[in-house]
Design a protein around this ligand. Structure first.
Ligand code: PMP
Length: 427
């Protein structure tokens, strides 16, 4: 396939936009080469600026669980837009979406809408701190909770020691309140909790991780976290930006049968428009302004176009919960196909999967945390990524990302994908 116009557009974009993109992973830095500029998309397919058709395994990084340009969502947005795009005043549709989300997700009474997953996580942690009167939080190496300062903390050598910033611009003062534990490692959490008695407001986690590839929590890990939180009076924050309304109506709480204290949402809840949200039971949510003292706001929060997309999306998922099973079945089918091909090639690999999240790591060791994920062979990954792209398959351009299947993918698309893997590794 030819990507000439994409390359020309990228060259021009670089003159006016830092790195040519408005979010770094889009620039293909990890895999090399120029990013694809998309012109339009429908269902499971992207159509790029060179006229190529690509089978899409990213779905805008998760939101488009029913495929691109899903008609009920598009129509809802068009109809809403005719009535005005923003008011900065309350509208009925905000309550409609809130009511539906609260009915689908276990263990929440109220929800506040924001504009991104970053805002959701940032606000959730502020609320946890305000509610508990404590400052520190625990996060897990390799988990991503958006780009607000408290979360841009890299794993240091000692999980019990203070974090250090991994992005210039994050102050040491902020970094010291973010403590790092290892995913699937309860001992690392216990050690931190012990060393910071009565100081930890919240533990925030991706209940199924998708930002170091897909990583599944081991049996007992989430239960263990819940127990530590209960014993130590720490709030458990599930960052369900990826998992919410993807792993099932009730997201990871339902899929893993664990209740968290605060939930963060993004992606699917906005149907492809900029929406994030955080939610909890009344006693926590009533701590938020204007009822309570913890401040949080947004000019475009609850935007009518965004709410209409979210409402159309959740209405569809609520009415057809069989979609989640259909997606999981497709993902399992893809898993089996990939397994067969890769095994036959004698390449070391691991495939992790949960629901409609899946990823391939080129390593011999099981991938259970950031450390094991980082051992993946990036040269093999690059060849795989570019080979697939040449075959018209669009995969995440980094091994530290999950694929997100969408329900418009057909079994024929999945077969085409597996056949492409076969030809890539024959070459
Ligand atoms: N949390 C998780 C788990 C995410 O995957 C992401 C984004 N991929 C975010 C938070 C941040 O969301 P956004 O990019 O909408 O700010």
């Amino acid at each position: 396939m030819i990507y000439k116009r994409s390359s020309a557009l990228f060259a021009e974009a670089k003159s006016y936009i830092p790195g040519g993109v408005n979010s770094p992973v889009r620039a293909f830095k990890a895999v090399g080469g120029d990013p694809i500029f998309v012109n339009e998309a429908k269902g499971a397919y992207l159509y790029d600026e060179d006229g190529n058709r690509l089978i899409d395994y990213i779905a805008s990084w998760g939101p488009l669980i029913l495929g691109h340009a899903y008609e009920p969502v598009i129509n809802a947005v068009i109809e809403k837009a005719k009535k005005g795009t923003s008011f900065g005043m309350p509208t009925e549709i905000e309550t409609e979406l809130a009511k539906l989300a609260v009915s689908m997700v276990p263990n929440i009474d109220k929800i506040r809408f924001v504009n991104s997953g970053t805002e959701a996580c940032m606000s959730a942690v502020r609320l946890a701190r305000g509610f508990s009167g404590k400052d520190k939080i625990i996060k897990f190496a390799g988990c991503y909770h958006g780009h607000s300062d408290s979360f841009l903390i890299q794993a240091g050598s000692g999980a019990v020691t203070f974090g250090s910033p991994n992005s210039p611009g994050v102050t040491q003062g902020t970094a010291k309140d973010t403590l790092l534990a290892n995913y699937n490692d309860l001992d690392s959490v216990e050690a931190i909790v012990k060393a910071n008695k009565e100081e930890i407001a919240a533990i925030i986690i991706e209940p199924v991780a998708g930002n170091m590839g897909c990583i599944v929590p081991k049996d007992g890990f989430m239960q263990g976290l819940r127990k530590i939180c209960d014993q130590e009076n720490i709030l458990l924050v599930f960052d369900e930006v990826m998992t919410g309304f993807r792993l099932g109506k009730g997201g990871a709480q339902e899929a893993l049968n664990i209740n968290a204290d605060i939930l963060c949402f993004g992606k699917v809840i906005g149907g492809g428009l900029p929406v994030g949200a955080f939610a909890a039971r009344n006693e926590i949510m009533d701590y938020l302004a204007p009822e309570g003292p913890v401040y949080q706001a947004g000019t475009l929060s609850g935007n009518p176009l965004a709410m209409s997309a979210g409402l159309a999306m959740l209405t569809e998922l609520n009415a057809h919960p069989e979609i989640f099973k259909s997606l999981a079945d497709k993902t399992e089918y893809l898993h089996k196909g990939l397994d067969e091909v890769l095994r036959s090639k004698g390449i070391p690999y691991q495939i992790n999967r949960f629901g409609s999240m899946i990823s391939v790591h080129f390593t011999e060791e099981p991938v259970v945390d950031f450390q094991t994920s980082a051992k993946g062979n990036n040269e093999t990954f690059k060849k795989y990524f570019h080979g697939m792209l040449q075959n018209g398959i669009y995969l995440p351009p980094s091994a530290f990302e999950s694929y997100f299947l969408n329900d418009a993918l057909t079994y024929h698309d999945l077969d085409e994908t597996v056949n492409a893997v076969n030809s890539v590794f024959n070459e």
